[in-house]
Structures are given as structure tokens and as C-alpha cells.
Design a protein around this ligand. Structure first.
Ligand code: S3P
Length: 162
């Protein structure tokens, strides 16, 4: 059984995911890191040189492969919900947790360098959030409110998932 974290860029998937994996004695994998390892290119370079659609193909493939993992907390990229095939297979491999972090909180906490779709632009992040919120909710088995202290979010997550 895996735990699959979905949510906006900067919502805390990697930070919460790593701590959650430690607390629950699970492995941790970040799908963006797998894409970078497998292609030898940074996410920014893939977007710049090959375009978003090419990146989404890679992302969907990695989601499909990751559905074969076991006992792993999987942090997905914020757009992993945009392609149905990959996220549906991932969902079949465990529990999907939507880390729901308000846009204002994302803006305060996040360094957006190296995140090609965002570039520190609040209105863009808000638009993405509005475009994606129904997708995040529709794939989620659990919605985890991350508007407050991240340590509290982690505690709640451990209580719910342990
Ligand atoms: C993206 C989110 C990023 C990364 C890519 C595209 C998105 O991952 O996959 O830059 O479309 O929201 P994080 O959510 O880990 O920042």
C-alpha cells in the first residue's frame, strides 16, 4: 500500500511526504526527481527545450511505473492529475492524499525558482489552483488541510494514515 501525495506546487508535498515516510516507516520517492534522474535533465530544461506536453508524457509514464512501488510515500508533481491514465493507476496502488494549502500560504512559504510554470506569480498560481482544485478533490481519498502549522498537518496525517 502506497501513500500518494497530490497538490499544488509549493503545497508541501515533499516536506510533509519525507516526514510522513519516516514516521510511518515507509520509503519516500519524489516523481519529479525520478524524471530528472531518468532523463539526466532538469524539469526546467525539459519544459524549456521540449515543451509542457512532452513533460506531461514523461510524468504520466513515471506515475504508471510508480504504481508498482510498495510501502512508499510518493510525492507527485503538481500537474500529475492532468493526465488521467497515470494518476488512476497510482490511485489503485494506495491512498491518495490531497495536501490542500491555500494560495496565500503557498506564496509565503515557497521559493519558486526552478518551477517553470510559476515564477513567483501569485495570479498564475491562483489560476492554476482554480483550474485544478476539482481534479485534486476528485482523485483524493483524503483531503489534508495544510493552512496552519505544517507540524500539525504532519501529526494529523500520521493519525489518519497510521
Ligand atoms: C508542475 C509542478 C512541479 C513540476 C513541474 C510542473 C505543475 O512539481 O512537476 O514544474 O504543473 O504544477 P511540484 O509540484 O513538485 O513543484
Amino acid at each position: 500500500m502506497n501513500i500518494i501525495l497530490i497538490g499544488m506546487p509549493g503545497s508541501g508535498k515533499t516536506t510533509i511526504g519525507k516526514s510522513l515516510a519516516l514516521a510511518l516507516e515507509m520509503d519516500f520517492r519524489d516523481l519529479d526527481c525520478i524524471i530528472e534522474e531518468e532523463t539526466g535533465r532538469s524539469i526546467t530544461d525539459i519544459f524549456r527545450e521540449s515543451g509542457e506536453s512532452y513533460f506531461r508524457d514523461l510524468e504520466e509514464e513515471v506515475c504508471m511505473k510508480a504504481s508498482l512501488l510498495e510501502n512508499t510515500v510518493i510525492s507527485t508533481g503538481g500537474g500529475a492529475v492532468l493526465r488521467q491514465g497515470g494518476i488512476t493507476l497510482l490511485k489503485g496502488s494506495g491512498k491518495v492524499v490531497f495536501l490542500d494549502t491555500p494560495v496565500d500560504t503557498i506564496m509565503k512559504r515557497t521559493d519558486f525558482s526552478g518551477r517553470p510554470l510559476l515564477k513567483d506569480d501569485a495570479s498564475r498560481i491562483r489560476r492554476l489552483y482554480e483550474e485544478r482544485i476539482s481534479l485534486y478533490r476528485s482523485y483524493a481519498d483524503i483531503v489534508l488541510d495544510n493552512s496552519g502549522n505544517p507540524d500539525e498537518t504532519l501529526k494529523n496525517a500520521v493519525n489518519i494514515l497510521d
